[in-house]
Design a protein around this ligand. Structure first.
Ligand SMILES: [Zn+2]
Length: 389
């Protein structure tokens, strides 16, 4: 057992250049969420790469979103599966980092998605390769990479998120190689959702026959006051972030539309918030109006469980063994795909990826050394994972 861990570590040390090559190739296929064909290109590159390792792959395509790539080692095993997840899209428009976007300098790598999260994809793949190198066969390993994470799976109409639920379900553990932080693992995240509310009223001349109209804007305004006054930073935050409606100052407006973004700590709080918003759409403050609500984006919250706490302890042990460094569990505000695996009961650790900074900005960079160390920790955690999982 100890020999295998030394063997995996040596294998990764011998493959630093191969890891950097894969990193460069993935970053150079620039893949903003909005460019479906470029995300497809990343998926087909990985399809070939993983296929050559003997993995079974499947690509789930969408009309408007980048695909989800699913890859697994063959055959069911005695113990439960391990899912390693991530996303292939970035936020950066093509060309934002100039002609040769991948640059390594003074131990840092810069480029579109180096931190969020193409470094994480390399970690996921090489952790798997290191395990295969020592003939690890205890558990089946699945890689699941989505293609529209940065837009909250809006382009796939939520399907990118639901696929994580379907493909992770029943697994023993899940590791999300999202952008990481030195000596920190994310065990809890807030959830977020976006709703669009449309209000229908009745148009009329505002001067001559106002009594024949029903103002959709007035109704929307009343609803917004109700929604905003419910915002509570310890429970659910509400933000009515966009609004449009009406056609002119002399016309009673027949249409209004606004969006509500919400953030919550628990999925129970989400349910309460959804119920409140739906109920509000049945309240008519302005006679003659009606309202409809649609959820257009959704992330469950990532909630800590006793199982995920135990999984964290396994990761911590591996970090102490490999780096001689302790790791702490943290809670953050931003959402990630970890929420979907956790929602179907799979203990999940988030932010197992490279260390770095400047995610979503032109200053995005990552620490090269962390590509290797985080990969070793992940491979070791999986290798040593207790049978009880
Ligand atoms: Zn990300």
């Amino acid at each position: 057992m100890e020999n295998d861990i030394i063997d995996m570590t040596n294998y990764l040390d011998e493959n630093l250049d191969a890891m950097l090559d894969l990193y460069r190739n993935l970053v150079e296929i620039e893949s903003p969420s909005s460019d479906r064909s470029r995300v497809e290109e990343v998926a087909s590159y990985l399809d070939k790469y993983l296929g050559a390792l003997g993995l079974e792959n499947e690509i789930f395509h969408f009309d408007e979103a980048g695909p989800t790539l699913y890859s697994q080692t063959e055959g069911k095993r005695k113990l439960g599966d391990i899912a390693i997840i991530g996303h292939m899209d970035t936020v950066h428009p093509i060309g934002a980092f100039g002609e040769n976007p991948f640059k390594v300098q003074n131990g840092k790598v810069s480029g579109p998605g180096v931190y969020d999260m193409k470094g994480g994809l390399v970690i996921a793949i090489f952790a798997l390769k290191a395990l295969m190198h020592v003939g690890y066969s205890k558990r089946r390993i699945k890689l699941i990479f989505s293609g529209d994470e940065e837009v909250a799976h809006l382009y796939s109409k939520g399907e990118g998120g639901r696929l994580f639920e379907t493909l992770c379900k029943g697994s023993s553990a899940c590791f999300n190689c999202e952008s990481g932080n030195r000596n920190k693992i994310v065990l809890e995240r807030k959830g977020g959702a976006i709703f669009s509310i449309k209000v229908h009223g009745k148009a009329a001349h505002a001067g001559k026959e106002p009594e024949k109209g029903a103002s959709a804007i007035y109704q929307a305004a009343r609803m917004i006051v109700e929604i905003e006054s419910r915002s509570d930073k310890d429970r659910v935050l509400y933000n009515c972030g966009t609004i449009k409606g009406g056609s002119g100052a002399n016309v009673i407006p027949s249409e209004a539309e606004f969006s509500v973004g919400i953030r919550y700590n628990t999925n129970k709080q989400y349910e309460e918030a959804e119920e409140f918003l739906k109920g509000l759409c049945n309240d008519t403050f302005v006679k003659g109006t009606s309202s409809e609500i649609e959820r257009i984006g959704f992330y469950p919250s990532l909630e800590k469980s006793s199982k995920s706490q135990k999984l964290f302890e396994e990761y911590r042990k591996a970090s102490l063994k490999i780096l001689n460094e302790d790791v702490e569990a943290i809670k953050v505000g931003g959402c990630s795909d970890s929420a979907f695996s956790s929602l179907v009961g799979v203990p999940t650790l988030c932010s197992c990826g490279v260390y770095g900074s400047g995610a979503h900005t032109l200053d995005e960079e990552a620490d090269v050394e962390s590509l290797f160390t985080q990969c070793k920790i992940l491979a070791t955690t999986i290798y040593l994972l207790a049978d009880e999982f």
